[in-house]
Design a protein. Sequence first.
Length: 94
Amino acid sequence: MSLVFKDESNNKMTARTQIIVWLYQISDQYKLRRFGNIIYFSRKNKYVVLYVSSEYASKVITELKSKNYVQSVETSKTDYRRRNCPLHQHSVQR
């Protein structure tokens, strides 16, 4: 599943969702490249931060939860804050 973040028809950036994936072994982080863009990974705490297109986020989360090398999957709280916090409303609506 390859994910495209830029819509070529009108040169607009698509919305992305930040997903945090907890792994049993950090060496399995290479298997996550096909699901989205790896932004950060922690060797000590064994988690990976992925950016995924918002359209495919629910599909990616269900697919990741079914993998045997994934301990747990959660979406980032910052996405929720950006949508619902009145302080961030001005920065989002440009």
